[in-house]
Design a protein around this ligand. Structure first.
Ligand code: PLP
Length: 389
């Protein structure tokens, strides 16, 4: 009854795991939920007030498909000031979250059987969205410390390569890509004539004074073959507002706009109107990033002391990607079984590595209170000690 294409891709594993945890919590179980891919903060006051104002000022009707001009101008201004890239409003499309912008972009770029290179561990949405286009995901299997280098990409390039997806800081590893490496990656894209979709949604959550470089800022040549994707979900804690954007060559933005005109018609009018005020608030993302860094430092300190856990220090985002291969055994033979065990025995929910195409790891989100993280550390320690290996 249901069309074949639906059975060819998997639903979002983090969203469904989150739903399981919420169900267990509603049944009265005290679960520490570290699965969420969203900030635990509330949005800045300025945004909430702007949303109420947008309602009162009657921004209730259809907007231009690619987004209201005021918002696209504000995004263009952000890229000039923060990322050193000049985009005109015609080179920007606003959509219902970065996720939907990525979907638009892949559908607009990838023909059936064309290849899209993705570095793993990866956010699984890329893979499933590539499958929807009938393109072929080509994986770069990064090993710890999960740092993408141009030399890892080179052997994956073929005449069928259409797009390389970059995600930095990365979900789930938190690793970023240095400017010097981005220069080499840009050279590859130009030489071998492929597109780059650069998902920079975590650009404002960087630690240890690291600075974000957008690959599109490196030269006009690379800008002309890059779609820079970002949004406010993570930086301003408005995941539920569903607002994201893509910036790139006019021809691609036009294609994405045509597609969007026949699907969602664009992002919500009041959300777009309110989002303009986010660009005036540069402080909130910095404060949130500081809080994440303190939590990261706490977790690294504590978890590194647990025998046989492999802990890697993330550069940004709010995830820790932890190696558990030394703790797998006949009872817990893979990450999914291990995480299930942790949930059942110690009521701590984390996401198994399989959800990111990386066996032998789990992802822990530290978008959670420090008291929850303290409890979680103790419980993870208990679980590791209890494993009879
Ligand atoms: N890109 C990455 C790497 C993500 O982790 C997420 C959300 O988890 C998104 C994009 C989606 O962002 P949005 O909420 O704007 O759709």
């Amino acid at each position: 009854m249901i069309a074949n294409r639906i059975s060819q891709f998997l639903p979002s594993p983090t969203l469904s795991l989150n739903a399981t945890v919420k169900k267990m919590q509603s049944e009265g179980q005290e679960i520490i939920n570290l699965t969420a891919g969203e900030p635990d903060f509330q949005p800045p006051k300025i945004l909430k007030e702007a949303l109420i104002k947008a309602v009162q000022e009657n921004h209730h009707h259809y907007t231009p498909v690619s987004g209201i001009v005021g918002l696209r101008q504000a995004i263009a201004q952000k890229y000039i000031q923060e990322n050193d890239i000049e985009y005109t409003p015609e080179e920007i499309i606003v959509g219902t979250g970065a996720k939907q912008v990525l979907h638009n972009a892949l559908l607009s770029l990838v023909n059936p059987n064309e290849e899209v290179i993705v570095h793993t561990p990866t956010w699984s949405t890329y893979i499933e969205q590539i499958k929807i286009t009938q393109g072929i995901p080509v994986l770069i299997d990064l090993k710890p410390p999960f740092q993408l280098r141009a030399e890892d990409i080179l052997p994956k390039i073929s005449p069928k390569t259409k797009v390389l997806i970059l995600n930095y800081p990365c979900n789930p590893t938190g690793m970023t890509i240095d400017r010097s490496e981005l220069i080499k990656i840009a050279e590859l894209a130009i030489k071998h004539n492929f597109w780059i979709i650069s998902d920079e949604i975590y650009e404002k959550i960087l630690f240890d004074q690291r600075k974000h470089t957008s690959i599109a800022s490196l030269s006009l040549d690379i800008k002309n073959r890059t779609l820079t994707v970002s949004g406010l979900s993570k930086s301003h804690a408005i995941t539920g507002w569903r607002l994201g954007w893509g910036c790139g060559p006019k021809q691609l933005i036009e294609a994405m706009t045509n597609l969007q005109s026949q699907t969602t018609s664009g992002a919500s009018s009041i959300i777009q109107q309110a989002a303009i005020s986010a660009f005036a608030d540069t402080k909130s993302p910095i404060q949130m990033a500081q809080a994440y860094q303190e939590r990261r430092d706490f977790l690294i300190r504590e978890l590194s002391q647990i025998k046989d856990l492999d802990v890697f220090t993330p550069h940004g985002a709010f995830y820790l990607f932890v190696g558990i291969s030394k703790l797998l055994n006949s009872k817990y033979p893979n990450s999914t079984a291990w995480c299930q065990g942790l949930l059942e025995k110690q009521q701590v929910a984390v996401v198994p590595g399989e959800a990111f195409l990386a066996e032998g790891y789990f992802r822990l989100s530290f978008a959670a209170s420090i008291s929850d993280l303290q409890k979680a550390v103790k419980r993870i320690q208990q679980f590791c000690l209890s494993i009879n290996y």
